[in-house]
Design a protein around this ligand. Sequence first.
Ligand code: SAH
Length: 258
Amino acid sequence: MWAWQCVLGGYGARDSELMTLKAVKVIQNADLLLYDRLVSNDVLDLVGPDAKLLYVGKTAGYHSRTQEEIHELLLSFAEAGATVVRLKGGDPLVFGRGGEEMDFLQRQGIQVKVIPGITAASGIAAELGIPLTHRGIANSVRFLTGHSRKGGTDPLFVAENAADPDTTLVVYMGLSTLPSLAQKLMHHGLPSNTPAVAVERGTTPQERMVFAELKDLADKIVLVELVSPTLIIIGKVVALSPFWPQTLKEASFLVEVK
Ligand code: SAH
């Protein structure tokens, strides 16, 4: 059997409670677990005594294995008859290239079973009390990648499509392109005082976050030196969080929730 499983958690996170029961069962029965850097130690402890663990994670600027190598590894173990679990952070099919791995394996005749996980947007929004689609405030939510072409500073997508005050924007992998994205969104009509938050290592004990209006967010992130993995949420619903600082002055400050 092939199974993919997914867990929300920053690297080194202690909290494994956001996993589904289905995922726990699959991990316990795995012969081989391939995991990346967003998977916590608690989760790795779930594997059986004879199971093998293989790290295939990537960090910005340093790829321990290429995507093609990961594909080949998955294929060779599957063909050898092992019960292989490919563990990915969050939901396996939300960014993170899970779809490509699934597609590759299916083309090779391997049966792939996908187990859904709590994506960073859902886990972090829930924890902060941000209702992503609050009635009357946001009628849609959009997950964006902040990735740029060839490592530049421009995000891949067209900001004018995303500049809608009634849509909540959730930006994955968006730290380096945020200055450009924020400028473009404001240029295309998103109010500069739109509430926003950046959350580093959300749902883990090391979590740090910065609330600010859109026009100030990029500067505040630099000030407190947030690093990856960080998720950015932009939209009026952010101000509904009980953690949203009430005065504009406070809004720029780093908030320690724990
Ligand atoms: N499949 C994952 C996303 C992989 S892309 C999911 O569904 O959540 C990796 C990006 O996800 C990171 O750069 C960051 O933007 C976001 N992310 C994942 N886990 C996170 C966490 N614990 N805290 C903050 N951002 C996180």
